[in-house]
Design a protein around this ligand. Structure first.
Ligand code: PEP
Ligand code: MN
Length: 353
């Protein structure tokens, strides 16, 4: 990973660097951070001669070789220096709250627009809403592109940033045209490596953030980080990791609640962790407990399915959406837990070195 002396390399400098690494079978991926660009060396970057030649360039500040299978996502990557800011929230400095219905019902736009207004009033930063839905049964409601227009209208009316899931290249094209702020990759596509790469490439160099859900069958932490590495190595470092429960489900829950993986993710990677307790536990009654636990585990934010009138909703809303009054209280309490959690770091008091 090449860190330039200035905020970015000139075209001539980049061409020189590319020519050097190409001699060793590597290539450069430019990653545009908030303050500066870094230049990831993709391939085996441990060639001593290559490293020495790069270090000899007077416009290069540092060359870091990270011995990790997910070298860009690794905590020691230079990307750890960059900070993601979304909807006026700098992640890590204050908690981020994404909330809204599971599914936008195109037959009832006002219900979504009213839910959106209530999410804003409750203190949410980003409005979620499913336009296209990955459903287990092919006969269940699959979504409708018309709902994207309703989501965009809700952004115009509330001023909230918007989040929705894409499942293929056609959805991706539509959300890019609509300038959706956060693109969600759902649990079923968390290992769809060509989609991950395609989304990373299509959003490289933009401010678009990616909310990557943890795959349901994913066990090792490294597998989740490797999935995120696909997006980042394609050029977009604005990734949020979203634990949302795994399989096999724990008796009484929709999935196996995995809020506790947050601690491992934070130890291994710099990426913000934004937990989804709704799909993890799968019942509105259990969402507040799981949400507060996630904050205690060190999450940087939450994604919570919230609906003005869950029983009139579609998709997951009737069973697992909380109502805006509950969201409002939960955001206040989650902020408290977030503050308390920050007193501790890796088993020590955060003020101690
Ligand atoms: C959703 O967010 O509504 C959803 C389908 O999420 P997941 O991919 O986690 O099931
Ligand atoms: Mn859902």
């Amino acid at each position: 990973m090449i860190i330039p002396r200035e905020s970015r390399l000139t075209d001539t400098q980049l061409a020189e660097v590319e020519a050097i690494v190409a001699e060793f079978g590597c290539r450069i991926q430019v990653i545009v951070g908030a303050e500066r660009c870094i230049y990831a060396i993709l391939g085996d970057e441990r060639h001593e001669t290559m490293m020495n030649r790069l270090l000899g360039l007077d416009y290069v500040d540092r060359v870091d070789a990270i011995d990790s299978p997910y070298k860009l996502m690794d905590i020691n990557s230079s990307l750890a220096e960059s900070r993601l800011s979304l909807a006026g929230v700098e992640l890590g400095k204050e908690p981020l709250f994404i909330a809204g219905p599971c599914t936008i019902d195109p037959k009832n736009p006002n219900l979504f627009l009213d839910s959106a207004a209530a999410v804003k009033e409750a203190g949410g930063h980003i409005l979620r809403g499913g336009v296209w839905k990955p459903r287990t049964m092919p006969y269940s409601y699959q979504g409708d592109s018309k709902a994207l227009g309703i989501l965009v209208e809700a952004r115009e009316k509330t001023g909230l940033a918007i989040n929705t899931e894409v499942m293929d290249g056609d959805h991706l094209k539509q959300v890019l045209e609509a300038n959706v702020d956060v693109i969600q990759i759902g649990t079923r596509n968390a290992v769809n490596y060509s989609l991950l790469r395609q989304i990373g490439e299509a959003t490289a160099g933009t401010k678009t953030a990616i909310l990557l859900k943890r795959g349901r069958p994913m066990a090792p932490v490294g597998e989740f980080l490797a999935a995120a590495e696909y997006i980042v190595s394609a050029g977009n470092p604005n990734v949020m990791l979203c634990p949302r429960g795994t399989l096999p489900a724990m008796d009484g829950y929709r999935n196996h609640p995995d809020e506790s993986i947050t601690q491992h993710l934070k130890e291994k990677s710099w990426a913000p962790v934004v937990v989804d307790p709704s799909h993890s536990v799968g019942r509105a009654a259990f969402v507040p407990g799981a949400a507060l636990a996630a904050m205690a585990y060190g999450a940087d934010g939450l994604v919570i399915e919230t609906h003005l009138d869950p029983k009139s909703g579609i998709g997951d809303d009737p069973k697992q959406s909380i109502t805006p009054d509950v969201l409002k209280q939960l955001i206040l309490d989650a902020r408290d837990i977030w503050r308390i959690r920050r007193k501790y770091r890796h088993g020590h008091l955060a003020t101690a070195s």
